[in-house]
Write a protein that binds this ligand. Structure first.
Ligand SMILES: [Zn+2]
Length: 624
């Protein structure tokens, strides 16, 4: 999703960091759903058949489904969280005056029965036998009729009834921008079981983790509505609405009141759609013949922005293809969902009003999630920094690439925001579950910003070329899987041969910070001895740039011993000397430059600004 609070293997063995050493496996789902939407009551009814393949080595006696809609009810965990967190999401509260004081009231708290969301399941069977299914808030606990043995399949059938809530966040109806139906997390969605066990997280705020598989979905709805969503429409010439093949005229008989849209979405872990009577629908050809759809309200105030967005997003998609790996599906849809932005399989639901900068930034962000969530499906609840951070990283790269004025370091603002969070004392380690941060602000900076710095700083640690290779290696090794933090680190290690365990551990599992300083610069018989000190707990390899009085530059590189690695010279135009390595336990490091102190004009630790040193004042020396 978009940062709202910062307006700002076939057969693979996991590393030793994960308490498990068996070959990689993942569960598989084949969904078939048939749903009918009543656009007067915003209630829908459907049937679901799910063929579940247990590829795990375990015998399963229970399964869990997510019933996300149930979060949008007074008294839900989501409601309770909005009421208790210090900085609730502005979209989920309204300001109310009580006497002289203004308070923020949860919008969920005041939903009426016909405005709440719900999703109820009935007639649950497993291979034709009745199984007991118990609704517990936003989760359905199913005690199976018979165990599912390792490496076997079973078929679940169920009926469901839902009501689309007035939009609070992400999914919902009739939102602030007037979009009628944003249908995200709308169906009973099987929870993921992986090498760590079940991930049947209640829906409190964030975010999602799903089972890889195939979706076959039929949606029956009033014929006036245009839909956009995941997958490929199977009956475009029957539906029309801009999906029909060139030259085809679709004539829906007058007496026909509804249309049944048939979508197939292969190799995804979610299925999302949106519908509105007033969508404009443009289709543009993207890189590698991907059809890029744009569905937005027929609102004169926004049409120009959306038209401008189309060629830019085609370019951005091409940039992501070359930076990470080719987008593997045949379509992608940018859909005005009218609330922030959230990534889904082959589509995004995003805000559509506002400035061009606003929508293009959001669109570039959500599209980037196609790689970092919908192809590389890390667990967003447990490791939100992996998808939000990596998405923000390539988003910033892309926006800089296509900006009128490029900057040398597009991540500068991120380093400042991270340093501010550290200074506030409110930082929590990135191993924190997305719902367990004390404040939304610390979640956002930790996930989006510190997660992005994980990569930009890795570029400092291993070199920019190796970082580029790492992203491609990570994509190729883990696409259509559930990579873990250790997997990213292993991709970088495989590409470089460096040892990076310390980097993953200190940066993501602790709140240790980086602080190096120039302690002393002194004359030493016509040469100059420079003493550096390590003040922060986190180790780093160090680049030092020395500027002499005559304007010449010389750089020095101090490898970090525990990495067993030397990076390429980041600025080959400047002569570089590789010094002895610096081992972490030594608080200081001394080296000598050939010129006298009187010739040394300036010394800078990390001239690139890509090392997240939290105290920059002591990083440079300027001759008096
Ligand atoms: Zn995001």
């Amino acid at each position: 999703m978009k940062k709202a609070l910062l307006t700002v293997l076939i057969s693979f063995t996991f590393g030793a960091g994960i308490a498990q050493n068996t070959a990689y496996w993942q569960q598989h789902v084949d969904y078939k759903m048939d749903v009918a939407m009543d656009v007067k009551t915003y209630q829908y009814k459907g049937k679901q058949e799910l063929v579940y393949t247990n590829n795990s080595p375990d015998t399963l006696r229970k399964v869990y489904y997510h019933l996300y809609n149930n979060a949008f009810q007074p008294g839900s965990e989501m409601d309770a969280r909005i009421q208790s967190i210090k900085d609730p999401d502005a979209r989920m509260v309204r300001k109310v005056k009580i006497g002289d004081t203004e308070i923020k009231e949860s919008r969920i708290k005041t939903l009426k029965p016909n405005e709440i969301g719900y999703l109820h399941v009935s007639n649950f069977t497993q291979d034709g036998q009745i199984a007991s299914a118990k609704e517990v808030g936003t989760v359905l606990e199913v005690t199976l009729a018979k165990p599912i043995l390792p490496h076997s399949k079973t078929t679940f059938n169920l009926s469901f009834e839902g009501q689309v809530p007035v939009q609070i966040r992400r999914s919902g109806r009739n939102n602030a921008e007037g979009v009628e139906l944003s249908m995200a997390q709308w169906y009973p969605k099987l929870a993921e079981f992986d090498f760590e066990g079940w991930h049947a997280d209640p829906y409190i705020a964030r975010e999602f983790h799903g089972v890889w598989g195939n979706f076959d979905v039929k949606i029956t709805i009033d014929k006036e509505y245009t839909l956009g969503g995941s997958g490929y429409l199977q009956n475009p010439n029957e539906i029309g609405h801009g999906y029909q093949e060139a030259g085809i005229t679709v004539a829906t008989p007058k007496k026909t009141k509804t249309l049944t849209w048939h979508f197939v979405a292969p190799n995804v872990h979610d299925f999302t759609w949106a519908a509105d009577k007033n969508y404009l629908h443009d289709v543009v050809q993207g890189p590698n013949d991907v059809a890029v759809h744009f569905l937005y309200k027929n609102n004169p105030a926004i049409i120009e922005n959306w038209k401008k967005l189309e060629p830019l997003m085609v370019k951005v998609m091409g940039f992501y293809n070359t930076t990470v790996g080719n987008y593997p599906y045949k379509q992608y849809s940018f859909i005005q969902g009218g609330d922030g932005g959230m990534e889904y399989a082959m589509c995004t639901l995003m805000l559509g009003n506002g400035t061009f900068e606003g929508i293009s930034g959001t669109a570039a962000h959500e599209l980037a999630h196609s790689w970092f969530q919908h192809i590389l499906a890390s667990n967003e609840s447990k490791h939100p920094w992996m998808d939000e951070g990596f998405t923000s990283f390539i988003e910033d790269l892309a926006l800089n690439e296509f900006a009128e004025k490029k900057v040398a370091n597009p991540f500068k603002g991120s380093y400042m925001a991270y340093a501010k969070l550290v200074e506030s004392g409110k930082e929590q380690p990135q191993t924190t579950h997305g719902d367990r941060y004390d404040e939304n602000r610390s979640y956002s900076i930790s996930s989006y910003v510190k997660g992005s710095i994980f990569l930009s700083q890795l570029g400092y640690v291993i070199g920019q070329e190796k970082l580029k290779e790492t992203l491609k290696r990570y994509f190729n090794d883990f696409k259509f899987k559930h990579p873990t933090p250790n997997d990213v680190k292993r991709s970088a290690e495989r590409v470089t041969g460096a040892n990076l365990d310390w980097y993953l551990l200190d940066w993501t599992e602790t709140t240790n910070t980086i602080d190096y300083g120039i302690k002393d610069v002194k004359d030493n018989a016509g040469t100059t001895t420079i003493t550096l000190e390590r003040i922060g707990r986190m180790p780093m390899p160090i680049d030092v740039l020395v500027e002499y009085a005559d304007g010449t530059l010389e750089s020095f590189y101090i490898p970090l011993r525990m990495m067993s690695f030397e990076k390429e010279n980041p600025t080959p135009s400047i002569k570089r000397t590789i010094l002895n390595d610096w081992t972490w336990a030594y608080p200081s490091f001394e080296f000598t430059v050939a010129q006298p102190k009187s010739s040394v004009k300036k010394i800078t630790i990390d001239p690139s600004g890509l090392m997240a040193d939290v105290k920059l004042e002591n990083n440079s020396y300027l001759a008096k």
